[in-house]
Design a protein around this ligand. Structure first.
Ligand code: TYD
Length: 138
């Protein structure tokens, strides 16, 4: 069964929307198989965002992502990687349709409620980055 990693970002936590966002994923039929509250440090963020670490927006993004504890979760289910990204909507919340999570709750392209893995390869790497094997109940 497929697994994906999501991060409920600082804006999601500050707005107390963790339950609302997780509810959408659970109602879509996905199971929570790991969860952890973490404040992400600079080293972990550089690794997690290695593919965009040279972009001009990276320093502001890293500051935002490390600004308060976030909820890191592994979800499991059939087609969960693609389906979770579909439920989130596009990266830029201002372009995300109403009814998607970012369209309903997000602010802009950085402050966009939730991260989700974008492929089986990144899901595997991201789950390993944030959880020890025995912390994932699947
Ligand atoms: P990306 O992998 O393109 O999007 P997604 O989160 O939908 O997989 O970008 C990763 C994160 O980088 C995104 O969630 C927020 C941040 N970001 C910015 O802050 N500014 C930008 O212009 C872009 C493209 C991304």
């Amino acid at each position: 069964m497929e697994k994906t990693l999501i991060i409920l970002k600082p804006d999601c936590m500050e707005k107390r929307l963790a339950g609302a966002v997780l509810d959408r994923f659970q109602k879509a039929g996905f199971d929570i198989v790991a969860a952890k509250l973490m404040q992400l440090n600079a080293e972990l963020l550089r690794e997690h965002y290695a593919h965009i670490a040279d972009k001009p927006f990276f320093p502001a993004l890293a500051e935002f992502m490390g600004s308060r504890p976030v909820l890191v979760v592994v979800l499991r289910g059939e087609g969960v990687i693609a389906k979770v990204r579909e439920l989130l909507g596009p990266t830029d919340s201002t372009k995300a349709p109403k009814g998607t999570i970012r369209g309903d709750y997000g602010t802009d392209v950085s402050v966009n409620i939730c991260h989700a893995s974008d492929s089986p390869e990144s899901a595997a790497a991201e789950i390993q980055r944030f959880f020890r094997a025995e912390e994932v109940f699947a």
